[in-house]
Design a binder for this molecule. Structure first.
Ligand code: ARG
Length: 272
C-alpha cells in the first residue's frame, strides 16, 4: 500500500528490571500505589518487539538497581549528527543516571558534552524540520536551550509548558514526520498562549489532540514517518492518525504510565 515512507531508526532502551515508583517527581507518581514490575517488563518487551518487527534497531543499556526511572532512556541525551548532549536532571533522585548513560554513549563511540544547565534530553527536546523544539517550565531550563543551539548548530524554538501533568515536552507533542517541513501532533492546552501561537505559525497543519488523548499518553508516541507506536488508550488520536495516512501500532505501557511516562519516554533515538 503506498502512503507515507518509513525511515529505519536506531533506538536505545533500558529494560525496567528495577522499575518502581519510589518517589514522586511528577503528578502521575504515587509512591503509596502498587507497581507490577513483571507486567512492566512484559509491556516493555512488547515495545522492543514492535520496533524490531517494523525494521528498527534496538540497542539496550544495562539497568542499575536503585535507579527506577532509568527505563526512561529518552531523558538521557539528545543525539543528533553524531553529537551527544547528555543530561543534567532536575530531581536529585535521577541525577546518578547521567554518568551511567554517559558510559554507554562513550562506549558506543560518541563524544558526550555535559550540559551546564538542567537538561532532560529528548524529554524536552524534539528535533523536527531542521530545528529543535524545546520545552521548559518544569524540567529543562531555558539556558540549556542555548547549549543545544550552540552544540548542534540548529535553531531552537523555546516552548514554555504550563500544566504539571505535561511536565516534559514529549508528553504533549511528538514528531509524526521529523523531516522538512515536518509534521507534528500536540495538545495546545499544555502550552502558554505564546507557545501555541508559535506552533500554529510553524506547523499550520499539525494534528491537534484532545486533553483526553494527552492524558492517555497519546502524545508520548514514536513515529518512523509511517508507523506510529502509540498508546491504545488514546482512542481518538489513534483514529485520527489513520485518517492522516499514518499506520498506528498500538503498544500498551499502562504499568509504566504510573511513573509518568510512556512509549516515547522509553525510547532514545540515536540519530545519524
Ligand atoms: N518519572 C520520570 C520523571 O518524572 C518520568 C520521565 C518520563 N520521561 C519522559 N521522556 N517524559 O522524570
Amino acid at each position: 500500500m503506498p502512503g507515507k515512507p518509513a525511515r529505519p531508526r536506531r533506538y536505545l532502551m533500558c529494560e525496567p528490571r528495577h522499575f518502581d515508583v519510589a518517589y514522586a517527581i511528577n503528578p502521575w507518581m504515587d509512591p503509596a500505589g502498587t507497581v507490577d514490575r513483571e507486567l512492566a517488563r512484559a509491556q516493555w518487551a512488547t515495545l522492543v518487539d514492535a520496533y524490531r518487527t517494523h525494521g528498527h534497531t534496538v540497542e539496550t543499556i544495562e539497568p542499575v538497581p536503585g535507579l527506577p526511572d532509568m527505563v526512561f532512556a529518552a531523558n538521557s541525551a539528545l543525539v543528533h549528527g553524531g553529537r551527544v548532549l547528555g543530561a543534567r536532571f532536575r530531581a536529585p533522585q535521577r541525577q546518578p543516571e547521567t554518568d551511567v548513560y554517559e558510559v554507554w554513549y562513550k562506549a558506543a563511540g560518541y563524544a558526550v558534552r555535559e550540559p551546564d544547565e538542567v537538561c532532560e534530553g529528548e524529554g524536552d527536546l524534539v528535533p523536527v524540520g531542521g530545528r529543535v523544539l524545546a520545552g521548559t517550565g518544569f524540567r529543562t531550563s531555558p539556558g540549556a536551550h542555548e547549549e543545544v543551539r550552540e552544540h548542534f548548530g540548529l535553531p531552537v524554538v523555546t516552548l514554555p509548558l504550563i500544566d504539571p501533568h505535561f511536565y516534559h515536552l514529549d508528553t504533549a507533542l511528538f514528531a509524526l514526520d521529523d523531516g522538512t517541513p515536518g509534521d507534528i501532533a500536540y495538545y495546545p492546552g499544555a502550552f502558554t498562549q505564546e507557545a501555541r501561537n508559535t506552533l500554529a505559525r510553524l506547523f499550520p497543519d499539525a494534528l491537534l489532540a484532545t486533553r483526553q488523548d494527552a492524558l492517555a499518553f497519546g502524545l508520548n508516541s514514536v513515529s518512523d514517518g509511517r508507523h506510529v507506536f502509540v498508546a491504545p488508550q488514546a482512542t481518538g488520536l489513534v483514529g485520527r492518525l489513520a485518517e492522516r495516512g499514518y499506520v498506528p501500532v498500538p503498544v500498551d505501557l499502562s504499568e509504566i504510565h504510573k511513573a509518568g511516562g510512556g512509549i516515547k519516554c522509553c525510547t532514545q533515538e540515536l540519530r545519524p
